[in-house]
Design a protein around this ligand. Structure first.
Ligand code: HEC
Length: 289
């Protein structure tokens, strides 16, 4: 018995030392890091109350339609959505004829034709939102050296780390809106740089950008820029919310179905556990221990 207690104690001491050493190790580079460069983003993303949040969240189709309008009239001048076909717009409540007419506003490259040449033609619903630039180099060249990223998955590709203990709570609140929160914050977050801060030529100060204090995208939205026909406010705040929701839908069009399936699976597992427990009780009811 004494031996057992002794070995447990010594194990605990070793483990304790190990953790202390690890913690020290972890603390060292962090201190060094903070002294050298600030932590980006400078400001944490704002949390928006999205209609699609939580286990029963759904997309608001009117909002997605407005977001599409903001995307087409503003963002599409620089950002493509190469994995999103026009036919998907049917999900937003548009008829086949409307989708066809919408696609026809775009030109896409096709070919080669019988004589081996590439040619451009009007887009059809099975085509994808094309890039406004011929290639990545052309895109970078017209944007101060930084190519505007494709939008197909941007809402799932950007998420600022939330750290402990928030990421634990996030599991229970089902927080999955880091992407749209980030995009919304970025679009509404342009501000004057602090005194003494030198903004490089062609860059723009934005404390919400995840990789630095400045980045290459000029402030894309201003009040009154896009006309809404459903009476929603024509403000930067509303535009930013609508286009961020739209980008979430583009990246995850089946979010609502996924949440629904997840919920049904939880209900099933609950019923299944109860059944297993009752079975166990009835099987072992008359057994001696
Ligand atoms: C004039 C061209 C232009 C327009 C218009 C534009 N962007 Fe951008 N955007 C850029 C460029 C360039 C970058 C890359 C910036 C960088 O990496 O420094 C970028 C990057 C981004 C990013 C990624 C930021 C990151 O974390 O890497 C998001 C999100 C974004 N834009 C959203 C939008 C939205 C939404 C709109 C429409 C409301 C829009 N942009 C309109 C040029 C544009």
């Amino acid at each position: 018995m004494k031996k057992l207690v002794a070995s447990i104690l010594s194990l605990a001491v070793v483990a304790g030392l190990g953790t202390a050493a690890l913690a020290e190790e972890a603390a060292k580079p962090a201190e060094h890091h903070e002294a050298a460069t600030p932590h980006y983003p400078l400001k944490e993303p704002k949390e928006v109350d999205w209609s699609f949040a939580g286990p029963f969240g759904t997309y608001d189709k009117a909002q997605l339609q407005r977001g599409l309008k903001v995307y087409t009239e503003v963002c599409a001048a620089c950002h493509s959505m190469k994995l999103v076909p026009f036919r998907m717009l049917g999900d937003l409540g548009y008829s086949d004829a409307q989708v066809k007419a919408f696609a026809a506003n775009y030109e896409v490259q096709d070919g080669p034709n019988a004589s081996g040449d590439m040619y451009t033609r009007k887009a059809v619903p099975s085509d994808y939102f094309p890039s406004p630039f011929a290639n990545a180099e052309a895109a970078a060249a017209s944007n101060n050296g930084a190519a505007p990223p494709d939008f197909s998955l941007i809402a799932k590709a950007r998420e600022v780390e939330r750290g402990f203990p928030r990421f634990v709570f996030d599991i229970f609140t089902q927080y999955q809106e880091g992407g749209p929160d980030y995009i919304y914050s970025l679009l509404t977050g342009y501000e004057e740089p602090p005194a003494g801060f030198q903004v490089p030529q062609g860059a723009h100060y934005n404390p919400y950008f995840h990789a630095a204090a400045v980045f290459a995208m000029p402030k894309p939205l201003s009040d009154g820029q896009v006309t809404y026909d459903d009476g929603s406010p024509a403000t930067v705040d509303q535009y930013a919310k609508d286009v961020s929701s739209f980008l979430m839908w583009a990246a995850e069009p089946h979010l609502v179905e996924r949440k629904h399936t997840g919920f049904m699976v939880m209900v099933f597992l609950l019923i299944f556990s109860v059944l297993i427990y009752l079975t166990k009780r009835s099987v072992y009811a008359n057994k001696e221990h």
